[in-house]
Design a protein around this ligand. Sequence first.
Ligand code: CP
Ligand code: NVA
Length: 333
Amino acid sequence: MENQSYHNLVVGGAAAATLASIEISPNLRGRSFIRDTDFSPAELLDLMETSKRLKEIRKLGRPHTYLRGKTLGLLFQHPSTRTRTAFQVGMEQLGGQAVFLGIQDLQLKRGETLQDTARIMSGYLDAIGVRIESQVDLDEFARGASVPVYNGLTSERHPIEALGDVFTLRERFGELKGLTFAYLGDGNNVCHSLMLSMAAVGVNLRVASPAGYQPDPGIVDIAKRLAAASGATIVMTEDPHEAVSGVDAVYTDVHQSMGEDAQLAKLTALAPYRVTRGVMAEAAPHAVFMHCLPMRRGLEVEPEVADGPQSIIFDQAENRLHVHKAILLHTMI
Ligand code: CP
Ligand code: NVA
């Protein structure tokens, strides 16, 4: 210790870090993200560009506190690891703060209405992220709010997840148009949002699910219209082998979502849609495996696939942070 020299660090003043400068479009200012189609394909691409810039800035360790003084509320009915943390940490990295509000702790539990709650919270908060079972309830909440509201998952949709996943695919492959993406399993909230977001930006889709557990026909119709506009194709099938043949990405989600009771009939019907090493071998050799997480290793995916070299599940999870930050920035600035 005797020879150790101590140098003082200069902090503040001329040595104070300046904010990285980035240019963003003002189109999304004040807007909510309740449905995947609330943002146009061009706006989704714009958000992905900002996500990329924010990811670079964070990796360089440069301050980017563009939302100083702003507060995000997080109103959650269901558990969450990624969505909650990405919103909370993202807001704080952007210089603002986030307040977590478990629905069980609010007067909603005693019958205060969703619209009144939203109106009151709009007086305190600059934006609100909501995870709630029913899309109808989310719509009602949003009607009462006068600040941006973000869908942090309903039983019908998970738009921020899908945008993060499109971003991850773009990061991996560079160009989205011309890619083919297969979803195997439950035609659930994540499947709906993936269909809408992938179709919007021109990714070809193949969805394989068993009868009774297929995506909502109304959402499939909207996805088909988006695909027609972007030049993508959509194949709906019950055959998982037809769906994965030669594709660039294979995606699955849990066979039992939050808010659902365990159903043996459903688990049995979905078992042939499990992503195994055999299934991945039918995809292109460069294909990636994707999952929104949390996963049940051994149920919808073999552990060897989830933890294997083709898996990009942890990139997806990390990218949620960068995409959440882009949405917060564009809508709250
Ligand atoms: N994928 C996802 O939304 O994860 P959480 O439920 O942990 O937020
Ligand atoms: N389909 C799953 C997604 C979790 C992120 C669920 O709703 O529980």
